[in-house]
Ligand binder design. Structure first.
Ligand SMILES: Cc1ncc(COP(=O)(O)O)c(C=O)c1O
Length: 425
């Protein structure tokens, strides 16, 4: 056999390795915008970060002891191996029982366990959307929907939410966007970033539009039941004819976003979803399933966490919203929108009332630089000149942030001077 006895090494290429179109088109708008932001806090003031929708960051919203105990008990009995990719049957059963209502009975076969609600959204969008089948998304909306769609090459169109009407869906606009290639309508209720919660009447109006156009709904219900007043209904409970793929998880209501267990609940109507159900199983298999230890603890979590815990979380979020609203509503240059649920408040920036600030990005950059307060510019969610504040910070931080925002607005308020544009000295 002939062999190459040359000692000469092949020349090493220094050219960059190209990335795939899939990687290229996977864009997280939050990262993109935060990368553009100039974050230079005032060194004399403690940085108050009201930008992250993670309830665990301040240490004041913790999971209840029953949640910790359930995982610790499960650690003793849990197996170490792979489990079915779409979830353990007892876990699926427990979730089906937890969300069953008289009008919408569920069995374990309607439940798919995913790696967080994000993964449930990925599976749902991937199962219904395609390069030809567009999905309608809310504006303002949670940016991950775009990240998933970009990654899969699914075209999206944005329907407006109406700020002056408690962020309800502009149904006329929604209908105008529907075409013969529309595959699904995605709705978020309660909403990140708006903090809104739809009335049952509005949910029924949305269902009527979906029914008229024969479209399924992907309902992002990760904040389900986290409403400040009244009852919260899921789209699955209300739908009689529209197929619903409801996405949820442990992250927000049980305050453990890092544990990465979510679920997708299928509310099949008129047994139209047999192919979809098969597709969901296939798509769950892409990652060989979610964390077995945590999902194994879910039945105990759902059985043992007392109602008082859920109630207390919502009461405290509402109190935080009340503090922010009452402190911010009297500042003439901004306008807070009182939330009805979830963990966020949207605040409009009246740029015409500020002499040297032209948009939400500039507002946030200067607010960080001068006052070390960091809200999220709502450009990230698709609308300009709003910022989003989180409700999960402790009361003293919220009050301090409001005081600094008031001082900031007073310094920058319009004083009969010609308005300067971004970039001018
Ligand atoms: C509206 C919405 N959907 C989904 C998610 C993601 O949830 P998870 O952490 O379970 O993936 C979030 C997280 O902030 C969210 O706000």
């Amino acid at each position: 056999m002939e062999c190459n006895r040359s000692n000469k090494m092949p020349s090493i290429s220094k050219s960059k390795i190209a990335i795939s179109p899939c990687a290229e088109n996977t864009i997280n708008p939050i990262r993109k915008l935060v990368d553009q932001l100039i974050i230079n806090p005032n060194p004399t003031k403690r940085l108050l970060k009201l930008n992250i929708g993670d309830p665990s960051v301040f240490g004041n919203f913790n999971p209840p002891p029953e949640v910790i105990k359930a995982v610790s008990d499960n650690l003793q009995t849990s197996c170490y191996g792979y489990i079915p990719a779409h979830g353990l049957i007892p876990t699926r059963e427990a979730i089906a029982n937890f969300y069953t209502t008289e009008k919408s009975p569920l069995t374990f076969e309607d439940v798919y366990i995913t790696s967080g609600c994000s993964d449930a959204l990925r599976v749902a969008m991937d199962c219904l959307g395609s390069e030809k089948g567009n999905i309608l998304l809310p504006k303002p909306g949670f940016p991950l929907y775009q990240t998933i769609a970009g990654n899969r090459g699914i075209p999206v169109k944005f329907y407006n939410l109406l700020s002056e009407e408690d962020w309800v869906i502009d149904l006329k606009h929604l209908e105008q966007l529907i075409d013969e290639n529309t595959a699904a309508i995605l709705v978020t209720n309660p909403s990140n970033p708006c903090g809104s919660a739809f009335s049952v009447k509005h949910q029924m109006e949305i269902l009527r539009v979906a029914e008229k156009h024969n479209l399924p709904i992907i309902a992002d219900e990760i904040y389900q039941n986290m409403v400040f007043e009244g009852d919260s209904k899921s789209f699955g409970e209300l739908s009689t004819n529209v197929p619903i793929l409801s996405c949820g998880g442990l992250a927000k209501r049980w305050l453990v976003p890092g544990w990465r267990v979510g679920w997708l609940i299928v509310h099949d109507r008129h047994e139209r979803l047999s192919q979809v159900k098969d597709g969901l199983i296939r798509l769950c298999q892409v990652i060989l399933g979610a964390n077995a230890l945590i999902q194994g603890a879910v039945p105990q979590i759902l059985a043992t966490v007392p109602q008082s815990f859920y109630k207390d979380t919502v009461t405290r979020l509402k109190k935080a919203a009340d503090i922010l609203y009452s402190e911010l509503k009297n500042i003439p240059q901004i306008r807070p929108f009182m939330p009805k649920g979830a963990m966020y408040m949207m605040v409009q920036i009246k740029v015409e009332e500020l002499h040297d600030i032209n948009d939400d990005m500039e507002f946030v950059e200067k607010l960080i630089e001068e006052q070390s307060v960091f809200p999220l510019p709502a450009n990230i969610f698709g609308i300009p000149n709003y910022v989003r504040l989180v409700l999960t910070a402790p009361e003293d931080i919220l009050r301090e942030a409001c005081k600094r925002i008031a001082e900031f607005c007073d310094v920058h308020k319009l004083r009969n001077l010609p308005k300067r544009s971004r970039g001018c000295p």
